[in-house]
Design a protein around this ligand. Sequence first.
Ligand SMILES: NC(=O)c1ccc[n+]([C@@H]2O[C@H](COP(=O)([O-])OP(=O)(O)OC[C@H]3O[C@@H](n4cnc5c(N)ncnc54)[C@H](OP(=O)(O)O)[C@@H]3O)[C@@H](O)[C@H]2O)c1
Length: 329
Amino acid sequence: MAGDKYLTFNNGQKMPLIGVGTWQASDEEIETAIDAALEAGYRHIDTAPVYGNEPAIGRVLKRWLDAGKVKREELFIVTKLPPISNRPHEVEPTIKKSLADLQLDYVDLYLIHTPFTLNINEDGSFKVDAEGLLEVDPTTNHAATWVEMEKLVEKGLAKSIGVSNFSKDQVARLLNNCKIRPANNQIEHHVYLQQRDLVDFCKAENVSVTAYSPLGSKGIAAFNAGAGIVRDLPDLMDIPEVKEIAAAHGKSPAQVLLRWIIDTGLCAIPKSTNPARLKQNLDVFDFKLSDEEVAKLLALDKNIRVCDFAFFHGVERHPEFTFKNQYTK
Ligand SMILES: NC(=O)c1ccc[n+]([C@@H]2O[C@H](COP(=O)([O-])OP(=O)(O)OC[C@H]3O[C@@H](n4cnc5c(N)ncnc54)[C@H](OP(=O)(O)O)[C@@H]3O)[C@@H](O)[C@H]2O)c1
């Protein structure tokens, strides 16, 4: 009644419309959460080496696969090439490390995590300059990295490949320089940051879009604080229009925010480590928003970017950093 539960990529692969996000969760929290998520019916898991919990996720996946509670082909696992490894020669060793940690032979989708690159020391710590800013690697070459990403598909290490945090110009440039078209662009997307230009462009080019921080990323406040950033962030679940629509459907504001993303043709990857909220976030397939409700939510756009990467002090000096002046504080 409320439609399909999958989005189909330009290569025919199907991705579940709702996945579980895994950023900002300790090993213990994520093990419990992934267990609860799989029990609740999630099959799409979004992770990344920078979240620091791939080994913990791998342990849960192995338990489920070994017990025969789920088949590998039923899972849709996404991970990413980190900003510190965004160089052609690092693509294959980096995915192999993720695969070892996740205890898998392949991932369903491998993304270039960010369009920019950061330098690290031999011990893995960020290189910092005399002003205390992170050292960027300005030599980033998306087309060259992409050639190595394409090889992952040829070698069977990734079923599909894509990008994340890429602007319209960056996606366009890649489309002009690829053999395998990116299947997906994972970007911040919610009612207050809709990036319609970028979303419409990706859709027209048959590059699917995944909405990250779909609920406004409440937890980022603590993360920002750890990097010395204090910033007031909006509570999307407290927006009157969202609450009004939720009441009309007997659903929660979070469910309305997620259903709106699905109803506008995107996937969403809400993060929760709470079993009840995990269940709630997946329970969005028994209702649909009316055209008027979708339009009401489309009208809320305020260009407020929550995940602006300001916690990487100095990242804005990278030539491929595209978030400058794109949000209001
Ligand atoms: N590609 C990228 O650069 C990038 C950047 C950011 C995020 N991501 C991915 O996207 C995922 C989601 O984004 P996010 O973690 O930034 O934020 P989010 O999913 O928008 O919000 C997560 C926050 O909302 C709370 N929450 C979850 N469900 C709720 C509900 N039903 N009602 C009330 N509160 C709820 C969670 O708390 P509880 O855990 O306590 O429920 C958590 O504090 C990440 O985990 C990560 O996998 C990717």
